[in-house]
Unconditional design. Structure first.
Length: 356
């Protein structure tokens, strides 16, 4: 049997300036730099992965670059996704390389990533479009400007009176949309009660990450008619079990858990625990959104508007139309041109992750 072609890894940090500053609780972003990892083999196959990291864990492109460069010898010797899971911990570095390995395998086997993952042929997904934690009049204007949106997500900052005014302003501006809010760890159990009542009054469907990471036990005492989601509280597969019975939804992000490989396992485990799944993003371009779009085929909620914040996206890019995200195979993870989607679908292995 011929030996596996040796891999070559190239790494680049890209600045990714935003179209406008973006505010959430405790942070204001003007750019979201990303690491891009590219793998090529001796037969001309290529795989790409992009990761912004996890800013609140100080997981940033420079440290991710150093992590992968330190493991260059092991990676270029011909690593696969199983070995990668043992080589690197969850985080942006592993995500970038894991996604590159998925695309590399897709090219080698002439099957798109969705088929390799045991997923059904991808369909357009309704996605949330996010509004920053700005003044009520500003978020109302933003809600009106997002005319195509069917689902909006509003960032909160922990000032209950101001957050309630934001929610009311968005609901008044867009009485037609489904509405989610994301507190990004900004509240305590003692301060959240006024907000909870307002969320019900304004038909908010989901409250994401109300309390700081490490305060998950406070969810046991939270009296909330609105569904609650965990984001910062769930970084990887090993943290899912502790959330069963404490929240309704888990927000899965490839940068947090370290790639599509672990994220697929997380969906399967969440299903077993009775948790619904949401796929989110850390901004990034279409190269970050595309593998998350594949994961989104197995999730109930989708929040993949990251590329809309970036000044210059990839080409080709994901497409947003009528509130949906569309991701053609040629953006990332597609099979070679000679392999039709019908052929690939016919050879899909048994489904690993059930569709909702």
């Amino acid at each position: 049997m011929p030996s596996r072609p040796r891999l070559q890894m190239s790494l680049a940090i890209e600045p990714l300036p935003l179209k406008a500053p973006f505010a959430i609780a405790g942070h204001r972003f003007e750019a979201m730099p990303a690491l891009v990892a590219t793998l090529t083999d001796g037969d001309g196959h290529r795989g790409r992965g992009e990761a912004c990291g996890v800013y609140y864990l100080d997981d940033r492109p420079a440290s991710m670059h150093a992590t992968l460069d330190a493991q260059r010898e092991a990676i270029e010797a011909g690593i696969d996704r199983t070995a990668l899971q043992a080589l690197l911990p969850p985080g942006g570095a592993r995500n970038a390389l894991d996604c590159a390995l998925w695309e590399l395998q897709a090219q080698r086997e002439r099957r798109p990533v969705w088929a390799l993952a045991g997923l059904a042929p991808p369909r357009p997904l309704p996605t949330a479009f996010t509004l920053g934690a700005d003044a009520p009049a500003q978020v109302a204007a933003g809600a009106r400007a997002l005319a195509q949106a069917r689902l909006l997500k509003l960032k909160l900052d922990g000032d209950a009176a101001l957050d309630i005014a934001r929610v009311a302003a968005v609901r008044a501006a867009r009485p037609d949309v489904r509405l989610l809010v994301d507190a990004n760890q900004a509240y305590t159990l003692q301060r959240i009660e006024p907000l909870i009542a307002a969320l019900s009054d304004h038909r908010v469907e989901l409250l994401e990450q109300p309390f700081p990471r490490g305060r998950e036990a406070d969810l046991d005492a939270l009296d909330c008619a609105v569904a609650v989601a965990a984001d910062e509280s769930v970084q990887g597969l090993d943290e899912l079990d502790a959330l069963a019975g404490r929240c309704d939804v888990v927000n899965l992000k490839l940068d947090k858990c370290g790639g599509l490989t672990e994220a697929l396992a997380m969906v399967a485990r969440a299903r077993a625990l009775g948790l619904r799944c949401m796929v989110g993003n850390m901004l990034g371009t279409s190269w970050a959104a595309a593998p998350a779009f594949a994961l989104g085929q197995a999730c109930e909620l989708v929040d993949l508007d990251g590329p809309t914040f970036i000044q210059a996206d990839r080409a080709p890019a994901v497409v947003y139309r009528d509130g949906f995200i569309h991701c053609p195979d040629e953006v990332w993870g597609g099979a070679v041109a000679s392999r039709s989607a019908a052929d690939a679908a016919a050879s899909v292995s048994p489904t690993q992750v059930p569709r909702p």
